[in-house]
Write a protein that binds this ligand. Sequence first.
Ligand SMILES: [Zn+2]
Length: 132
Amino acid sequence: MTQTPKDRDSAWRAKLSPLAYAVTRQAATEPPFSHAGFAPGAGTFACVCCGAPLFAADAKFESGCGWPAFSAPLPDAPVHEMRDTSHGMIRTEVRCAACAAHLGHVFDDGPGPTGLRYCINGVALDFKPDKG
Ligand SMILES: [Zn+2]
């Protein structure tokens, strides 16, 4: 049986929380400061939809903007950046290239060596602490 886009959509609905579904599959944005945060320590932030590793915990920084922020994705992360002109702004949208999940946006006002701030919805991420 061939999977239709509608089948895939209901699979995402079944797998994800309503907010995570709205963010990743419908490009919504979670309310700022709404996410409870992640466990501290080393680890990897993966796509909540498909599990692809996206960001390292040591690239995370406190931006004060109300969403998790990262200076750069993992070197081999399937992160796709595309121009987004919605809401009357010109921004760069960040998606998971593996499953097309909307993750957030990237801005060029970051404090780190890259000068970039990947502003990512917390519900789009699944934190996997390093073992050991
Ligand atoms: Zn994904």
